[in-house]
Design a protein. Sequence first.
Length: 690
Amino acid sequence: MKKALLPVNNISKERKVSGKEALTKLLRWHFGHSAYRGKQLEAIESVLSGRDCFCLMPTGGGKSICYQIPALAKPGIVLVVSPLIGFEFIECIVFLHDHSLNVMALKEKGVAAEYLSSTQTTQVRNKIHEELESGNPGLRLLYVTPELIATTGFMSKLTKIHSRGLLNLIAVDEAHCISTWGHDFRPSYRKLASLRKRLPGVPILALTATAVPKVQVDVIESLDMENPLVLKSSFNRPNIYYEVRFKDLLTDPYVDLTDLIKSCGDVCGIVYCLERTTCDDLASHLSTNGISCAAYHAGLNNKLRTSVLDDWISAKTQVVVATVAFGMVFYSPNSNLLFVGNFSLRQFILNNADNKKSPSSSLQDRPPKKSIDDFNLMVEYCETSGCRRKKILDSFGEQVSTSLCKKTCDACKNPNQVEKYLEELKAICSLGNRIGSSKIFVSSSSKPVDEVDFSEYWSRDDEAVVSEDDISDDDDGIDVQECLTQSALPSKSKFSEKMDFLQRAEEKYYQKNDHDKQSNKHDKNAISETTRESCKQRLLNSLKQTQQRLDTLQIDPEMSSLFLENECFKKYGKTGKSFYLSQVASTVRWLSTVDTADLTSRLATTNQNSTSKVASEVKPLTSVSPSVSDQVMKMINDKDHENVSLSPSQITLNDIKLPSIPSFSEFVNKKSSKDTYGVDKKPDKRSRLQ
Ligand SMILES: Nc1ncnc2c1ncn2[C@@H]1O[C@H](COP(=O)(O)OP(=O)(O)OP(=O)(O)O)[C@@H](O)[C@H]1O
Ligand SMILES: [Mg+2]
């Protein structure tokens, strides 16, 4: 039902509404909710009394009410600073909302609200400005972006309104964005630090769903909040069961995951992966095993991502295997949220985080302490026994007793079993550390990450480490927003209509964004000469280590590194940098365990029958006839690599059956099934950890 608008012409003459009963009446009349939830009323009463308030409530907890009710309960304007676009979760459906939708919904509820944005026409904006400058503005809620606050023009308008005593409250939504400690730091939020000085005496309400203790302090200090009332709702989700499974202890992680998803019945879910290639790989395995699923990452085109999202929301697809490009756009009481990862990736994540924060920093730099702390927390969560729920809540600064869990995590339900798995994992890890020179199995939680030697696999000491192709980047966050914006899904009454409206309004914005992204993608995917050079160097280093490991090996490391690099380039040069780098990394891994026979057969291009030969029969590259070496060099230097043959022996590289280079998962599985001497271990692993 559309509510009557409040009398807008005599705000300043109105009296303040106070008291639980009167405030609840406002809630019922305008929003249709029977009572306040959690800490809503406390937050409202705090700001109405003029006291700053920091409000930490989970996603969907109802933070908006905390500034919407004060807008109705007290004369003046409530300024709401929030990002242009946000999400709302209702009954497992993700709703995109932006200022325009918020305002539209509020108007329907009889609240005089407006927003100011570059997406509006000048005419509309002028009208709002006129109203703000009028003697008695009828507005109650004004939504703006932090970018607008940063402009001198708007700030001077605000100071005028303030000097006339018309500012009731400043609400900073998604306040964690102000903190560089947060996961979603936005430089535009930094400008909000001046609000207190520019607009003194107006209470500030900071709202967030994601602030860890450090961020909370940072938000309060950055906004210059005075003795704020700090309200924290519990982040405990009693309906979620927490469990950690170790890939290394599973016979077949794909089968395990398939069984788990099937055992959950008809629920939708997301499997998060670190890398795009893992998403594709896992999605195809799950599909083969009868699970309706699709991959989602920023490497897919917009159209495909939109359709994956639509299919998932409309339950055509049960599971999405995604990188963080999908964002946390998922909320459902019966959800399963799984993370597929490998701790050997830790250095990569840390390096990546480091490079994103400071592109100019030396690649030899240690990752920032924050990344290390965060990562150690995650490792501790997985690799130590003890209640998982408590660990999660601890990380939000919530002190709870383990009795809260009531056996709703694996560590509380089956403590002995978890201990046993951890012992087994440690045994496998120490075994992995002894094998060859690779440190892929680095995983001891008792050894802090910053003390661990850099993993050979990920310590890309070249520009390659900056590659953002392998892992989704910060920009990916907006990808899902784009897709939601483009989504044609009629998911709720009137929603499509609103989406269309939004789509048109935002068209310009996204066109520019798309264009920027396309040009970025193109650049990111190119394989530069510097990349190739550093890959050759990496392969050369590995070959030298291999030579040290294998006494009988006689090769020319220089030539061999050129050959192997070229092989990677020939195979994936056209596909793009991520595939190329991945193949180089595979080759480096392969070199760390390869035996003399396999390596020489790969390098000995004169050998026509190749793989069946034993090492002694195969000539290493050093003793390859000059003509063949020349051919290899020619091939390396030739621009059209696809068409080069190895005459005079009339053998093309494609004719030779080379030992295959295993993928990362094949490599890991192979490694964990062998002991130090390469002897297969007894197949004593469980197929499930339960
Ligand atoms: N007291 C209440 N009783 C019932 N429903 C409520 C109450 N307060 C808010 N809601 C509903 O909860 C939902 C989420 O509210 P809101 O969008 O304000 O959450 P939020 O905390 O801002 O979440 P997010 O972190 O996603 O921004 C809305 O549908 C809102 O109508
Ligand atoms: Mg919100």
